[in-house]
Ligand binder design. Structure first.
Ligand code: ATP
Ligand code: MN
Length: 482
């Protein structure tokens, strides 16, 4: 068996006139002479030149789009336009045929919807190759960022006992026979007889367990799958997504914001350095797509410029209260252009508001802090009421252009009495979370953390418009195929 060289290495080769073996999938075959071959190591194809006059016609017929082939031959400097090297084929083996009548992915532009229905084959397109190579780099960069700073990667459980935030978005986990569910005398589901002896669900966040780790290891992060049964069919929500959740002892909200901003810039820079070809390709792809839009809807910056801009500028930091004032006075609010008009203080911001702040007002990433206590989770640290008696918590959300919320975090309430009082007010069962409360009983300290939705980051870096296109096999309402 001969050694194969990856296409990425061949295209960068300093040496020519050497014998090589290359394997991959045929992207195109034209004039019975030129094969565009790709093996996923780069979005660029290598050109294989076939001496068709001296090749068995039966073999030529089997060189079809999608077929897996192995080619050995000479790597030479290319005379043609568009490539620096090419391979003059001496021998071609068909590893796996692909019936051109039946193969769904043709060398033409397919719609993203079509490719989603063919998610098992969409990796073979240039767009999805680039997306998943970038996703890989970003994941690696996340680990590298935290590891360089001495954080401990903590694995929090996927199966948990309580839907901690009580949002009711959790998927149940059971091994009951669903046609014969044991009931108690009073007719309720008898979870005592279930596998874990209690009701369980898939995790919606690793934060509470993450905090336990931070209260001993100081700096931890999680990076794992998260599940939410949200029935919102948006371009920003998945039922299964990956979340990165750092939690740091002795950090306050300012440290937390610095950490999040540094991290985002670090991983974006990593992707720019590591995958310039993929970003270049996706930048062009987005430009093509934008041409379909009317002039006033096109973005002012290209994808590459947006990413660079994000690195070069400090994120704008302001409080929720300041943001409300800006929104109240904004043109769309005055002209009643918002679907949800801003009337007063206290309601949650809708994505139209977030996007106005980021895309129109500040024109850069924004960090909003100190949200109303009433709309945020029980574990966020409570501020003193302001002069007007308004109650806020030390929360922060990072808003990105084109995305909206990419990070949600807070300084945590470390004072036991305040925390218990808030849990009572919100009806969070203290007995179920006794272990969480123990960290406030024994050696409590200031600490803070956040959750970054990994797919929203990949959306931003790839310039794609739908979150279903940046995870290999998206899970969303009425879809769990592949
Ligand atoms: P949103 O308001 O967009 O639904 P959230 O407030 O529910 O977000 P958090 O609970 O703070 O989000 O979760 C932390 C991060 O996880 C979010 O900032 C976002 O990046 C990501 N995220 C939340 N829900 C989803 C989802 N269904 N699919 C993908 N990412 C998500
Ligand atoms: Mn949500």
């Amino acid at each position: 068996m001969s050694q194969r060289t990856k296409i990425k290495a061949l295209l960068q080769s300093q040496q020519t006139d050497i014998d090589v073996t290359v394997k991959g999938w045929v992207r195109a075959f034209r004039s019975n002479r030129f094969i565009a071959l790709n093996d996923g190591s780069t979005n660029n194809n290598i050109q294989i030149v076939v001496d068709f006059e001296n090749t068995d016609p039966a073999l030529l017929k089997r060189i079809t789009v999608g077929a897996a082939i192995s080619v050995s031959g000479k790597l030479i400097a290319s005379l043609g336009k568009g490539q620096t090297v090419e391979v003059i084929a001496a021998n071609i083996d068909i590893l796996g045929d692909s019936d051109p009548e039946k193969y769904p992915i043709q060398p033409k532009k397919h719609s993203l919807e079509f490719l989603r229905e063919n998610a098992h084959l969409r990796f073979r397109t240039s767009t999805f190759g680039s997306i998943f190579r970038l996703r890989n780099s970003l994941a690696f960069a996340v680990h590298q960022f935290f590891q360089e700073r001495g954080f401990v990667y903590l694995h929090t459980p996927v199966i948990t006992q309580s839907d901690a935030e009580g949002a009711g978005e959790a998927f149940h986990v059971t091994n009951f026979d669903l046609n014969n569910i044991p009931k108690t005398d009073t007719g309720e589901v008898d979870y005592k007889q279930d596998f874990f002896g209690t009701s369980t669900n898939l995790t919606v966040s690793g934060q509470l367990e993450g905090e336990l780790g931070a209260m001993a290891l100081s700096d931890i992060y999680t990076f794992g799958p998260t599940f939410r049964a949200e029935n919102s069919n948006t371009t920003r929500h998945l039922a299964e997504f990956w979340m990165i959740e750092p939690e740091v002892a002795f950090n306050d909200l300012d440290d937390n914001m610095d950490l999040a901003e540094d991290m985002l810039k670090y991983v974006i820079k990593y992707a720019l350095d590591k995958n310039p070809d993929d970003i270049e390709f996706l930048t062009q792809r987005l430009q093509e797509e934008e041409k379909q839009k009317p002039q006033n809807e096109r973005s002012e910056m290209s994808l590459l410029e947006k990413l660079q801009f994000c690195l070069d500028n400090d994120f704008e930091r302001l409080t929720y209260t300041e943001a409300i004032d800006i929104l109240k006075e904004s043109t769309p609010n005055k002209k009643k252009k918002f679907q949800y008009p801003i009337e007063g203080w206290g309601t949650d911001l809708q994505s139209e508001h977030e996007r106005y702040l980021v895309e129109k007002h500040f024109k850069k990433p924004v960090i909003l802090t100190d949200y109303p206590k009433a709309i945020k989770a029980f574990y966020m640290r409570q501020n003193e009421p302001d002069a007007q008696g308004r109650e806020t918590v030390r929360a922060m959300d990072i808003l990105f252009p084109g995305i909206g919320e990419i990070v949600g975090g807070s300084q945590r309430e470390e004072r036991l009495d305040k925390l218990e009082q808030r849990m009572d007010e919100m009806g969070i069962p203290k007995d179920e979370l006794w272990w969480y409360l123990d960290t406030r009983r024994f050696g409590a300290c200031e600490h803070a953390g956040f959750g970054l939705g990994f797919e929203r980051l990949v959306l931003f870096v790839t310039g794609m418009g739908n979150i279903r296109d940046v995870i290999p096999f998206p899970r969303f309402p009425k879809n769990a195929e592949f």
